[in-house]
Design a protein around this ligand. Structure first.
Ligand code: NDP
Ligand code: 8X3
Length: 262
């Protein structure tokens, strides 16, 4: 939290802000006057978003370029923060991905390791660095991006689902560890979301295979961002623990009305 011309300006850190849900979330926080720390591996995308948000909303944006799987890189970035960026009010643990969609007996070990390293270990690395600052400040809010896949399984979703079940367990565990320090912990659990690179990444940039949203209308990245901002903007005494949301044409991981976009 910073005070600018007698107005309190809050700070949010959004991981994985170079595309999809993270980019939409960083944009919404900036629109609401937050200064935002944006992270990701693609420097040019961070720069582009930073320039856009600074110009459009007049807030301060800090780009931190690192691979969240590499604890040395994460540590260097967070420990290197200038004093004015140290009071992080909201941490959105969004960076994550799915790789592959194979039955367990045909899964690629490399994909499994990438998902575990990013979705679980990466989330832990940054949380381990940011949460002590929140504990010292006696306040803060951590919002993890889980998934419907963190609540139920679907064919071939095995390891991705396991990482999101782990995110769910971490959200619950973090909350019981941190609530006595004045820190809220919650998560958002979306079903399918378009306007993201999720499917392209899952299917090795195969554009044909990644066309998984053509026969129904999924959520949009902005829909999830709005839920995250809603969670972050509740009064001090309200902590939303989990919001599970899907498009109207999805009723569960295994129930999608693919009869055309409605
Ligand atoms: P995108 O692929 O559009 O965004 C993923 C973001 O994570 C990118 O900004 C990417 O940045 C970042 N990221 C991935 N790997 C790393 C890494 N090793 N180091 C740093 N940053 C990384 O997908 P979504 O917006 O859909 O995904 C965001 C979150 O939402 C994920 O946790 C995903 O599991 C979850 N989710 C997605 C759903 C969907 O249907 N799209 C549904 C439910 C949950 P960069 O490539 O620049 O490093
Ligand atoms: C992304 C949604 O159903 O592809 O978390 O796992 S799903």
């Amino acid at each position: 939290m910073k005070v600018k011309k007698n107005v309190v300006v809050k700070t949010a850190l959004v991981t994985g802000a170079t595309s999809g849900i993270g980019k939409a979330t960083a944009t919404l926080f900036a629109k609401h006057g937050y200064n935002v720390i944006i992270t990701g591996r693609r420097k040019e995308k961070l720069k582009e978003l930073s320039t856009y948000l600074t110009k459009k909303y007049g807030v301060e944006i800090l780009e931190l370029c690192f691979d969240i799987r590499n604890n040395d890189e994460v540590t260097k970035a967070i420990r290197g923060l200038k004093k004015s960026w140290l009071n992080i009010d909201v941490l959105v643990n969004n960076a994550g991905l799915a790789r592959g969609l194979h039955p367990i007996h045909e899964g690629r070990l490399d994909d499994w390791e990438t998902m575990i390293d990013t979705n679980i270990k990466g989330l832990l690395y940054i949380t381990r660095l940011v949460s002590p600052m929140m504990v010292a400040a006696g306040k803060g809010h951590i919002i993890n991006v889980c998934s419907t896949a963190g609540h139920e399984t679907y064919p071939n979703g095995n390891v991705y689902s396991a990482t999101k079940f782990a995110v769910d367990a971490l959200t619950r565990s973090m909350r019981v560890d941190l609530y006595k320090h004045g820190i809220k912990v919650g998560q958002v659990s979306p079903g399918h979301v378009e306007e993201t690179e999720f499917a392209l990444v899952r299917f090795d940039k195969d554009v044909q295979k990644s066309k998984i949203y053509e026969d129904f209308t999924p959520l949009k990245a902005k829909d999830v961002a709005e839920v995250i901002y809603y969670m972050a903007s509740r009064p001090k005494h309200v902590n939303i623990q989990d919001i599970l949301l899907m498009s109207s044409q999805q009723a569960g991981s295994n129930f999608i009305d693919r009869s055309g976009r409605k």
